[in-house]
Design a protein around this ligand. Structure first.
Ligand code: C2E
Ligand code: MG
Ligand code: MG
Ligand code: MG
Length: 281
């Protein structure tokens, strides 16, 4: 019986699964040192005024460049960072670096730029996040009006009363708040009304199949109507074609980001893009 059980145990781990478990273990171990070893980078994707084509701000997107693992995407390492708690250190680094970089661009004359930073669920539930945001802004010398925090519906709805309190703290400070990937979660209208939000971001899954996707068009239209009622800005994510731009503009969406305009860019490339897409003062 003992042997049978042992055999059964062995069959639970096929090579593919063992490899996945091994990889996950390596990511977990290496991620603990990523910040101190300075392996993280931020790329900046321009946010565009669809009417003028001008840059209104940028979203900071983190990258992990590991000497042996190579470039690891956030889709892979953010979930691991969340589960292990390393997200707190990573999130802090992202916040500080994004504020520092935004200040550099403000000093170069681009004072209109708002930098958006993603905050994930676990990071959101760390209770001193407001203090960390305040400290990052102060140390960078960046006005709070130049920072937007992007957070998902799921993170907010986890503990609504807590979310209301935190978002109010940010609002009072002057920091903007965007709901990311909007339409993919389960936010209730009643709760949305209670939150001091600035922006809804239409998830890229609803943009991808425009103009043919009738359902997606209806979803986009509904989000825009909701935003009008709640007096919020709307940013469309994942704009890849001129047709996407046309449909969104037709629906009354004025802001967006996506490969059609620019991929997430290293700071020097972002600055070059910015200088080519700025309104003459
Ligand atoms: P997100 O915040 O919704 O970011 C948008 C993602 O869509 C980014 O992927 C961006 O590179 C990608 N994207 C932008 N334009 C297009 C387009 O036209 N087409 C397509 N197909 N994709 C486009 P990325 O950089 O791989 O980030 C993935 C997710 O990882 C982010 O989704 C966000 O949830 C998370 N993430 C990224 N950076 C950070 C960070 O600093 N902190 C935290 N907590 N999460 C982050
Ligand atoms: Mg985002
Ligand atoms: Mg998104
Ligand atoms: Mg997303």
């Amino acid at each position: 019986a003992g042997r049978a059980r042992a055999d059964a145990g062995v069959t639970l781990f096929d090579p593919e699964m063992e490899e996945a478990v091994g990889r996950r273990h390596v990511l977990e171990r290496e991620l603990r040192h990523a910040v101190e070893r300075e392996e993280l980078r931020l790329l900046y994707q321009p946010k565009i005024d669809l009417g003028t084509g001008c840059v209104i701000g940028m979203e900071a997107l983190v990258r992990w460049q590991h000497p042996e693992l190579g470039l690891v995407s956030p889709a892979q390492f953010i979930p691991v960072a969340e589960e292990t708690g390393v997200i707190v250190a990573i999130g802090d680094w992202v916040l500080r670096e994004a504020c520092r970089q935004a200040r550099v661009w403000h000093d170069a004359g681009h004072k209109e730029l708002v930098v958006a930073v993603n905050v994930s669920g676990r990071q959101f539930r760390v209770h001193d996040l407001t203090d960390r945001i305040r400290a990052a802004l102060a140390d960078a010398g960046l006005p709070p009006q130049a920072l937007e925090v992007e957070i998902t519906e799921t993170a907010v709805m986890g503990d609504v009363s807590d979310a209301v309190r935190m978002l109010n703290e940010w609002h009072d400070m002057g920091v903007s708040v965007a709901i990311d990937d909007f339409g993919t979660g389960y936010s209730s209208l009643g709760y949305l009304r209670q939150l001091p939000l600035t922006t809804l971001k239409i998830d890229q899954s609803f943009v991808r199949d425009l103009p043919e996707g009738d359902t997606d068009r209806a979803v986009a239209r509904t989000i825009l109507q909701l935003a009008e009622v709640l007096d919020l800005k709307v940013v469309a994510e994942g704009i890849e074609t001129p047709a996407h731009v046309d449909v969104l503009k037709g629906l009354g969406c004025h802001l967006g980001q996506g490969y059609h305009y620019a991929r997430p860019l290293p700071p020097a490339d972002f600055l070059a893009f910015l200088e080519a897409h700025t309104v003459e003062a």
